[in-house]
Ligand binder design. Structure first.
Ligand SMILES: C[S@@+](CC[C@H](N)C(=O)[O-])C[C@H]1O[C@@H](n2cnc3c(N)ncnc32)[C@H](O)[C@@H]1O
Length: 455
């Protein structure tokens, strides 16, 4: 660790004159106590104005007033860290706080190399109670700033190794460290693990390439701190794009009739009493609630007498949804699709949701008398989890009711296709499948999924 040699020739004089490294200014907004505690420097001090801040990872400095008050009260516990040419490495908030206090000088350590920088950073991270965590994207930006130091160190190691190889030195203590090790150190220095930093990198790089799609995901990652969740979403999105690029337009079997558009328009020519089962999953947001009324109206027309409509539904507007469905159909039963995996937190309700309601309505009275379960457990969220659609449902519930409530050759309808889960379940069971999807991209992905699964 290099001992700092102050660049400020006048500093010695000023310190001698005042007995201090600096004179806090009287007009400081947070330093209003009449008797100010004098800073005592553990390290040498640099002139505040001589420090170059450069392009920083941290954009949001947060509440520096609190930090300034703390520094004013107990002093600056951790010197800032700069490179030998006075570029700030660590301590942006501390620097802002001492500026706020009107200090002309600030204690600083000079980092000679990556190890020094990391040591300084870790020391201040561990002990600085006023620390404000970096946002994930800031962690990545900060890591990038540390990367050149790592490269310099690696270069040095490389030269040392070359000398050893040529017999120019017998430096037995030289131990080249692995690149992964340095990266892990950098990750630790910015406050995360190597794995998490790589995930953050994937999200940030995706946003650099396609800001329109991925900037909102970076914002979500920064807001919630949930790196893994956003990272997986980015991967899913990228894999869907790849699937779309690979198969321009899947050719579907005769048994699938997937129509692109609003179900209220594209299904008008569906013959009356031609559908044995509607198994579907409309959007859950409030604005979509009226769609349940249109769905029930369609069902009352196209279902065979005694045919069933089974629909997923959110729970928040359940009363209204049931009222709309009940205007055209007979309420039959409430079934449950049990999640297999982590439960979902329902913000605002303080509830862990462990299952989804399946509302079961019938045209007239149910046509068959086979006993079926009202509790179906979904498969574990494995490899293909939500691969084709953010709201993709597990196929098991659709499969269960298609197989029990319809016969081979009959028609199953899904007016809200999404990724085509119901259509796939129907075709696999040798039923004819009809569906509508308003989102062209989702419809295309459903076609890709069906042709992949059925070819
Ligand atoms: C909850 S998702 C269905 C997910 C599906 N169950 C799956 O497993 O992939 C609802 C879908 O309905 C579509 N949608 C919404 N309004 C629609 C409408 N009026 N007509 C047809 N599709 C609609 C949305 O674009 C979305 O893809």
């Amino acid at each position: 660790m290099q001992q700092h040699q102050t660049k400020d020739k006048d500093l010695g004089t000023e310190m001698e004159q005042t007995g201090l490294g600096c004179q806090p200014a009287a007009q400081s907004p947070v330093a209003q106590s009449t008797e100010r505690r004098e800073p005592e420097w553990e390290a040498d001090a640099l002139q505040v104005d001589s420090i170059r801040v450069g392009e920083r990872a941290r954009k949001d400095l947060g509440d520096t007033d609190a930090l300034a008050r703390s520094i004013d009260k107990v002093g600056l516990l951790h010197p800032i860290v700069v490179t030998s040419d006075l570029l700030l490495v660590a301590g942006q908030r501390r620097l802002a706080a001492v500026r706020q206090l009107g200090w002309t000088h600030v204690p600083a350590n000079i980092a000679a190399d990556l190890n020094d920088a990391l040591r300084f950073e870790l020391a201040s991270r561990d002990e600085n109670t006023q620390r404000k965590d970096l946002l994930p994207s800031e962690m990545y930006a900060q890591a990038q700033r540390l990367e050149p130091l790592e490269q310099e160190a690696a270069h040095g190691r490389h030269n040392e190794q070359a000398k050893v190889n040529l017999g120019l030195t017998d430096n037995a203590n030289f131990a080249p460290s692995e690149k992964g090790e340095s990266r892990a150190k950098i990750a630790q220095a910015v406050g995360t693990s190597h794995g998490t930093l790589r995930k953050i990198e994937t999200v940030v790089k995706a946003a650099e390439e396609d800001p329109e799609t991925f900037d909102p995901m970076v914002a979500e990652m920064n807001k919630t701190g949930k790196v893994d969740r956003v990272y997986k979403r980015v991967l899913r999105f990228q894999s869907r794009e790849k699937a779309l690029a690979k198969v321009e337009d899947g050719t579907l079997l005769d048994m699938v009739d997937l129509r692109e558009g609003d179900f209220r328009e594209v299904l008008v020519d569906l013959p009356d009493e031609s559908v044995a089962l509607i198994f579907t999953d409309p959007p859950y947001d409030k604005a979509s609630v009226p769609l349940y009324g249109d769905l029930a109206e369609l069902a009352a027309r196209v279902l065979v007498p005694g045919g069933s409509l089974i629909t997923y539904s959110g729970r928040c507007a359940l009363e209204e949804v049931m009222r709309l469905l009940g205007r055209h159909l007979t309420y039959w039963w409430l079934a449950a699709a049990k999640h297999n995996g982590a439960s979902t937190r329902m913000p605002g309700k303080s509830v862990f949701a462990e299952w989804k309601p399946l509302l079961w309505y019938v045209k007239g009275s149910r046509r068959d008398q086979e006993f079926v379960s009202d509790f179906v457990t979904c498969g574990p969220p494995g490899e293909g989890f939500k691969k084709y659609h953010d709201w993709q449902q597990d196929i098991i519930p659709a499969q269960y009711y298609v197989e029990r409530l319809t016969q081979e050759g009959e028609t199953v309808l899904d007016p809200f296709v999404g990724s085509g889960t119901t259509l796939l379940a129907a075709v696999r069971a040798n039923r004819c499948a009809v569906g509508a999807e308003i989102d062209p991209k989702a419809a295309k992905l459903a076609r890709v999924r069906l042709s992949e699964a059925l070819s």
